[in-house]
Design a binder for this molecule. Structure first.
Ligand code: VGL
Ligand code: ZN
Length: 191
């Protein structure tokens, strides 16, 4: 698979809190960092999204169920947990997209409440290669929205990790994406 100038790499929420040791740690979340760093320089257009919550965000719970709407407090804007993973190479010129900034509603997709679709369109982007954390939440929502906005969305499967609670959630998310027209590849397929 050849990367074209009209392709964008969308790196979803590779943040301290989503990696081992963080508040909402995704198993193996750190393992995708070198994979993404190797891949990124091959793209012309880079987007790094970040979960950027206010301190009193509605999804925070004292007794988190680790499902939609009930999460441990995480990625509070301008705190260390919200920073990108320290080893993630955020390339110069990359677009940083902050999302889920409103207290009263969550936003899993990088397209939700942001200028991302308009910006990619302005740059004549046709395909969005999506990777990051978490496969079954923000990666899925971003890929599905990419399709809704008229982009071809491709999941880079080995450059993602998921929450997977209950077990099987990642597999269901991948199937949901496939059914919606998201294709998938492995980082090794990309030249
Ligand atoms: C995410 C749960 C809560 C994600 C964000 O980035 O997938 N998951 N907030
Ligand atoms: Zn969040």
């Amino acid at each position: 698979m050849t990367i074209e100038d009209s392709d964008a790499l969308i790196v979803v929420d590779v943040q301290v809190d989503f990696c081992p040791g963080g508040a909402l740690a995704v198993t193996g979340g750190n393992e995708i960092v070198p994979v993404i760093n190797r891949l990124a320089p091959r793209f012309q257009c880079h987007v790094y999204t970040r979960d950027w919550h206010p301190a009193d965000h509605c999804c925070f719970s004292e007794t988190p169920q680790w499902v939609d709407g009930s999460w441990p407090r995480h990625c509070v804007r301008d705190t260390p947990g919200a920073a990108f993973h320290p080893d993630l190479a955020v390339l110069p010129g990359a677009l940083i997209v902050s999302k889920a900034e409103h207290r009263d509603r969550d936003a899993y997709s990088g397209f939700d409440g942001t200028e991302l679709a308009a910006t990619l369109r302005e740059m004549n982007i046709r395909r969005a290669f999506v990777c990051g954390l978490a496969t079954d939440y923000c990666v899925k929502a971003t890929a599905l929205d990419g399709v809704k906005h008229g982009f071809e969305a491709i999941l880079i499967e080995d450059a993602c990790r998921g929450v997977d609670l209950p077990a099987g959630s990642v597999a269901r998310a991948v199937e949901e994406m496939r059914a919606a027209g998201v294709t998938k590849c492995s980082s090794g397929d990309l030249a």
